[in-house]
Design a binder for this molecule. Structure first.
Ligand code: 8DG
Length: 147
């Protein structure tokens, strides 16, 4: 891969004004039999129609665990305890790995799951998940989770 001097890269990307990379947090939520919760991305979004772990972008004024707590409440109507999250796997995509997905495991949550963004969702074994059209980072993550 060609090396780009940092100064030129900073100029090209105007890093003082724009962040150079995007942190995304996602939740690996399991049911009692160990199946994983996955949801389908809305058709109008990036990777629309592909299956993913619930979660979303970390805003610039947020801490990752709090961003994940917020996203999960917005998407699934359940409450997770930020203190009960355990950092898990990591994936990235883009030429320079500009989107970084941080996956957390969760041991405590409350409420009843309701898809507030009208998204399809379900519990899947790793074998079942492997048959779904997954977002690219999730394909890699689920393979690694299954090992
Ligand atoms: N939440 C989530 N995003 C993923 C996964 N895999 C994957 O490639 N992505 C990508 C898709 C998007 O480019 C980005 C997350 O964006 P998002 O659209 O979910 O974020 P958001 O909920 O904050 O949405 P918005 O600002 O677009 O409304 O990460 C995943 O498992 N979970």
């Amino acid at each position: 891969m060609a090396t780009i001097p940092n100064e030129r890269l900073r100029e090209a990307l105007q890093v003082e004004k724009n962040p150079t990379w995007m942190p995304v947090v996602a939740l690996a939520l399991r049911d009692q039999s160990g199946r994983l919760l996955l949801q389908k991305r809305p058709p109008h979004k990036h990777h629309g129609g592909l299956w993913e772990l619930p979660g979303g972008k970390v805003e610039s004024d947020e801490f990752p665990r709090l961003a994940l707590t917020r996203e999960i409440a917005e998407e699934l109507a359940i409450t997770i305890d930020p203190a009960s999250l355990t950092p898990g796997l990591l994936a990235d995509e883009g030429e320079f790995g500009a989107t970084v997905l941080f996956v957390y495991d969760c041991s405590r949550w409350s409420g009843e799951i309701r898809p507030l963004e009208h998204q399809e969702w379900g519990w899947f074994t790793f074998a079942e998940a492997g048959e779904l059209p997954l977002a690219p980072m999730d394909r890699d993550l689920i393979k690694r989770m299954a090992q």
